[in-house]
Ligand binder design. Sequence first.
Ligand code: HEC
Ligand code: HEC
Ligand code: HEC
Ligand code: HEC
Ligand code: HEC
Ligand code: HEC
Ligand code: HEC
Length: 400
Amino acid sequence: MEVSRVVVLVVLAYLSLFAAHAEPQSRPSTTATAPKSSSTDISTPIKFEGYIGDQACESCHAQRTQTYHQTAHFLTSRLPDKDSILGKFASDAGVLKTSNPDLFFRMEAKGADFFQTAVEGEPPYTASRTERFGFVIGSGGKGQTYLYWKGDRLFQLPVSYWRELGWVNSPGYRDGVPNFERPIIPRCLECHGTFFQPLPPPPNRYGKTGFIVGITCEKCHGPGRAHVQHYSSKSASDSAIVNVARLSRDRQMDLCAWCHAGHGTPVHPWFSYRPGEPLDQYIELPRFDPDTPIDVHGSQIELLKKGRCFASSGMTCVTCHDVHAPQHDLAEFSQRCLGCHKAENCGMFPKHGKQIVSNCIDCHMPLQETNLIVFDTNGKKARPRVRSHWIKIYAEQPGS
Ligand code: HEC
Ligand code: HEC
Ligand code: HEC
Ligand code: HEC
Ligand code: HEC
Ligand code: HEC
Ligand code: HEC
């Protein structure tokens, strides 16, 4: 009995994560994780006050802003243009064939606008549907998907771009079927952007102005107007901005958990959480049974917490990550390990010697396939690989 209940919860928790990327309209976690507080109206308009944008920060924090603007966080949502869309539009490169001989997609650039068209049937009896790219979601480190406006509603376009595959059916979409109907729920934009104003249901209606794409400085530091006034004119009494470095360990973890611990269920409206506050008062995050396998995609918090490094030290995400600049050098990351460990204490040291210091990562934090993002492309399934944050001893050693 108890076991099957756990299994059901686990499956639902998985689905809720998957929902973030595949079926946003179904949110089974509402029933699976914890009952949501019925007294809160989660569709009330959000007050989004005191935000002034990154240009204001740049005048005093120039270097930090310049490097930050190259990161995946900042680039994670953008308006469409020839730089932000990574897929190619040249006449033959702009076509995605499907396993259905009567369906292909065409991607076209016309002036400053970009379009996706599904063409069905055999000439001359073809029917087509065309929609304009509205937003680009995803830095493209791995890939990106695209949204379009229909009135004030946002939907996902059927064709995405994945770095290793080029144009591809959007993740979770069935090959050979044109699907323009997947709505974009607020949580997607809360994780991938700074602000969108949700409107009353249906849940994919948004204000068409006043949105802020990209994860900007103030997403993590809170509204900056008073801080800028303070340092421009000394009118405010203190520095009046959240310095994450001075938050408690739990509140620091909460900031990253806002977007790196699964989909969750809203307690307050999406977009109302502010850095420095306890996250669980805003979002009920999925809870996992200790024996459940956790997918590598989007669950860095839970995975890190499973390992002994986290349990036996004061480690946070910031111990290894400086979010203000791109970081991909595994040798540099390995130096962070050596802040707490000696290479000599690794069981592989006798065999490999000093060379292990250049890469502790691939053995102790291996890349693993996710089951939450799946591409169905010409009869084949493709699953991206994501870095596991469960730091431990893995049975399989790369290159040994
Ligand atoms: C008029 C100049 C100015 C502007 C504009 C400005 N800052 Fe600052 N900021 C400072 C100074 C000076 C400090 C204190 C010294 C330091 O840490 O560099 C500071 C400190 C900070 C701190 C650490 C606060 C603390 O209590 O330790 C953060 C975080 C910060 N700024 C973020 C921002 C963000 C985000 C923006 C844009 C919304 C911004 N700043 C705009 C001048 C400015
Ligand atoms: C508002 C949501 C949000 C918050 C808050 C957030 N992240 Fe992220 N993070 C994302 C998203 C979305 C991506 C994927 C961006 C992409 O590639 O499009 C990401 C990607 C990353 C990456 C991969 C960067 C790369 O170059 O591929 C790291 C590392 C990361 N986040 C660390 C952190 C840490 C550490 C914190 C807390 C200090 C944090 N994030 C807070 C949403 C967030
Ligand atoms: C709970 C937060 C969250 C939600 C909701 C969410 N994502 Fe993500 N997404 C992330 C994080 C974090 C990453 C990168 C790290 C990882 O894979 O674990 C990511 C990665 C991606 C990437 C790959 C970016 C790259 O280049 O590496 C795309 C594309 C993407 N998400 C699209 C979407 C879309 C579209 C939605 C909504 C329909 C969505 N995501 C919902 C947090 C979220
Ligand atoms: C994804 C979340 C995130 C974003 C976005 C972000 N920061 Fe930070 N910021 C942090 C964290 C975490 C710390 C504390 C740890 C550290 O210093 O790296 C911090 C610390 C700081 C500090 C204080 C450093 C100190 O030594 O006390 C300043 C100043 C700052 N950030 C400015 C900015 C500016 C300017 C931007 C935009 C260009 C920005 N941050 C964007 C998370 C973020
Ligand atoms: C903030 C300090 C800190 C950092 C940074 C750190 N660790 Fe640890 N790690 C620990 C502590 C403490 C333990 C537990 C030691 C014990 O219990 O004897 C541990 C345990 C381990 C273990 C044993 C795990 C097990 O399940 O038996 C491995 C392997 C490990 N760390 C590798 C790494 C690697 C690789 C990195 C860098 C990616 C790293 N650690 C970063 C503190 C840290
Ligand atoms: C012990 C060091 C360490 C800690 C602590 C750590 N990370 Fe990482 N993280 C890494 C390394 C190493 C990579 C791989 C970087 C690469 O391959 O470019 C990485 C990659 C990532 C990525 C990109 C994953 C992918 O494959 O696309 C995200 C997202 C991320 N970290 C988020 C977090 C969050 C959130 C936390 C806190 C829960 C955290 N990290 C804590 C070392 C760490
Ligand atoms: C070639 C793969 C590989 C590399 C590279 C590697 N490790 Fe290990 N590490 C292992 C294996 C396998 C074990 C378990 C060995 C055993 O049980 O004898 C281990 C054990 C450990 C332990 C646990 C020791 C104990 O007895 O609890 C720590 C800590 C550790 N490694 C840290 C590191 C650090 C730090 C680095 C980078 C400087 C690193 N490792 C590089 C494979 C590797």
